[in-house]
Ligand binder design. Structure first.
Ligand code: SF4
Ligand code: SF4
Length: 404
């Protein structure tokens, strides 16, 4: 685990502890602190220890001088944007470290910066094959274990808190928001497709997901060990990197479509093309948490007034003010609707029993899914790639000739 990964992990855990503490759940804060210190003690890994001390120091300092953020006593939209930007910043630093490592390998020099294993999150097919290997063969891949861990972590977020990963964590979603904002500066109009076109377009992401699942499910179990030991798998991340760094005409055309979609309509890429969004959309049906409207408090039924503020705030164009429960696979649990509602009891992200989850609890749940599983995997020895640098160095020299 690199220092940037350790730092992000420890900051996330300290933020969870802080939110728990200020929400009155002192036991939650104590458990989180105990887990953080235990992780350092068990691993005896100094970057993790330094990251813990740094995160603890910053948390205490911010709690002293600017406590609002660390208490989570900020508006929903501010908390969500803060969460998205910090995770994107961490990913950006990870990407720089990864690029330096890859360039040094290509130059035949022993890298002085470690490869951040979290980049394996961008290998969903490898992750799917590894999960299949674990389930069907009890075979735990040692080449890119983080791919399986991160895929499992994201799947877990879908089961627990719908598509909150898309709405609160995904850097592509954040980039899409900026692109859409830029487009709106020059072309003010909402360029929404008609309903008859919107639905088939939304199905495209499910077709892409189907294609990815076909590759994973279609691979015979007997072939999996050969694939996982093969040279292609050893440099699958570098292959993926080359795909983006040296794009061909088809790749460039795909990028163009993605950028146009993101700029054309809000969440255009998430809505129409992202297979992760499709996967989380399916899982979100199983999530016990949903946006629920309480008719007893909603201005429409309670006061006979006209109100559709929640619907107008929804970036996914879901009609909320006529429903009691939002089950749509497009709901990203962003809670913009809750933030826009003038009656605090009328709308919430809640269980069927009516028990509400605040934006602070949602952040805790999301961060726990995204960070506790990788930490556990790291402590169990199922995170760091066991492929030596010299093998990757040899393979990267002949990367074009390494096939499946
Ligand atoms: S229904 Fe609410 S939480 Fe879901 S996407 Fe729309 S605004 Fe966000
Ligand atoms: S914004 Fe609130 S009060 Fe208005 S329709 Fe939606 S849930 Fe009801």
């Amino acid at each position: 685990m690199t220092f940037i990964e350790s730092l992000t992990l420890m900051f996330a855990l300290m933020y969870i502890a802080s939110l728990n503490y200020w929400s009155g759940k002192r036991w939650g804060a104590l458990v989180t602190l105990f887990l953080s210190f235990s992780a350092v003690a068990v691993s005896l890994y100094w970057p993790l220890g330094i990251a813990l001390v740094a995160a603890l120091f910053v948390t205490i300092l911010v709690n002293q001088f600017a406590p609002t953020e660390f208490k989570g006593e900020i508006k929903i939209n501010v908390l969500r944007q803060g969460c998205q930007h910090l995770l994107a910043l961490s990913l950006f630093m990870v990407a720089i470290q990864y690029c330096i490592n890859a360039i040094q390998l290509k130059q035949g020099a022993t890298p002085w910066l470690m490869r951040p294993d979290v980049v394996d999150a961008f290998l969903p097919i490898a992750g799917g094959i590894e999960l299949k290997a674990i389930i069907s063969l009890n075979l735990w891949d040692q080449t890119h274990p983080a791919a399986a861990v991160m895929l499992a972590a994201v799947l877990l977020t879908g089961l627990i808190c719908k598509r909150a990963f898309c709405g609160w964590a995904c850097p592509l979603g954040l980039a899409g928001e900026y692109l859409y904002g830029l487009r709106k500066r020059f072309i003010k109009a909402e360029l929404l497709p008609p309903a008859w076109l919107d639905w088939p377009l939304r199905m495209l992401k499910y077709l892409l997901l189907l294609a990815l699942c076909y590759i994973v499910i279609g691979m015979p179990s007997a072939s999996i060990p050969y694939y996982l030991q093969g040279n292609y798998h050893k440099i699958a991340d570098l292959k993926m990197g080359m795909f983006f760094i040296t794009p061909g005409i088809i790749t460039l055309a795909c990028f163009g479509v993605i950028l146009m979609l993101a700029a054309w309509r809000r969440q255009g890429f998430c809505r129409y093309l992202c297979p992760y969004g499709a996967m989380l959309g399916i899982l979100s049906f199983a999530s016990p948490l949903k946006i629920r409207r309480n008719k007893e408090h909603c201005l429409i039924e309670a006061k006979g007034m006209k109100c559709d503020k929640c619907t107008r705030a929804c970036p996914a164009n879901i009609i909320i003010h006529t429903q009691t429960t939002v089950r749509s696979d497009e709901c990203q649990a962003c809670m913009r609707c809750v933030s826009a509602c003038p009656k605090s009891e009328a709308l919430g992200f809640s269980l069927k029993t009516g028990h509400r989850v605040s934006h602070k609890v949602l952040v805790v749940l999301l961060l726990l899914c995204l960070f506790a599983l990788p930490l556990t995997a790291y402590l169990s020895g199922f995170w760091h790639s066991q492929t030596p640098d010299d093998i990757r160095m040899q393979l990267i020299q002949v990367i074009d000739r390494v096939g499946h």
